[in-house]
Design a protein around this ligand. Sequence first.
Ligand SMILES: Cc1ncc(COP(=O)(O)O)c(C=O)c1O
Length: 412
Amino acid sequence: MKLDIDFVRSQFDQLNDNPEFVFASNAGGSYVCNQANQVLEHYNRHTRVQPYSRFSPSADAGAAMDRAHQGWAAALNIDPDELTIGPSTSMNTYVMAQAIGDLWMPGDEIIVTNQDHEANSGVWRRKAYEKGATIRQWEVEPDSGLLDIESLLPLLRDNTRWVFFTHCSNIVGTANPVAEITSAIKANSSARVFVDAVAYAPHHVSDLKALAVDAYAFSLYKVFGPHQGLMYVNRDIHGDLTSQAHYFNSGIPTKDFNPAGPQHAQVAGCAGVLDYFDALHRHHFGDSDGSRNSRLDDIHRLILQHENELAEPILDFLNNRPELRLLGKSHTRDNDRAPTIAFRPLEQSAESLTHSLQDSGIGTEHGNFYAHRLITDLGIDPDDGVVRLSLVHYGNQDDVNRILQALERALG
Ligand SMILES: Cc1ncc(COP(=O)(O)O)c(C=O)c1O
């Protein structure tokens, strides 16, 4: 069975309203599915009052927020108490740096990478520095930008407290084997694991118990939904973290790591993404009694195959051009390559190539995409950076053809 791309595209009005250009900046933020817009609109029109009281719009507002919270917990195969819905991943990691790092002291060690977006790097480094803890860096292979588990193992010590890494870099687009890495970390240390999945979740919503990580964060505005950050924190470690909530809310798991308070309509709107996934599943597989997470797995198989078909011709093209340096894997055959494709032009600036592509109707961008350390360590000027073409499952072969033609035109 193949993904019915026409059905997929019919669920995104924004796609159909903007046919004149190919949206190839999805890693910066995706289009919002119609279902999420419907939930948001309904919330704002009918239930926009302080939620969780007994009068009807308020009760409905609370129920709409609970539906999103419980639905996403089920999607991730976690307990609702383990899910925080905060303003963004950067804000969630900032808060977690206080919750996790307040207890660090000299002698403690943490491991961060130079592959991550700064949201999963700077906050931990700053906190460790403040507390006198040692920061070790798990470094990418300097040509490809890929991380190798073999170079992580020697960094682990008895006093390593946390390891922070990404499920998938927003530049090299290649997924790190999180379950394998986490199990190696646990086998060799007592360290805990925090994973940034912002660049991975748009392609696959994971079963977090299967990954066995301690904490995991991603942003729903890149997963076809409202601008919210979803974060899992394993219940077993809540007691070891300092609550960041008002003192009278301390100990309430969904408040402990969200001092901002919930953004009511946006939280409710998160359920719309699950409504979209349900519609996608029903369209392809009919009615199902499977768990939410297993339904997402079914969809993921279709999405993976489709995304591989989108990425492969672009990777092939780029890899065969000597005037370009392609980052990450040059193929999708390992099924771990998201269609987030970054490359460095060697004979012109990333800016000028990006402008040419934009002039040909490709909505793409260039820069360091806040993976400043990675771009710098790959020997690339972080201001000009790389050109990034990022697609998700609603892209089609016509988009790919238009991208290839635009590249031909821009490169001559
Ligand atoms: C890989 C990655 N991590 C973290 C973030 C930060 O997410 P947010 O914008 O929700 O703070 C981004 C944003 O682009 C990202 O691409």
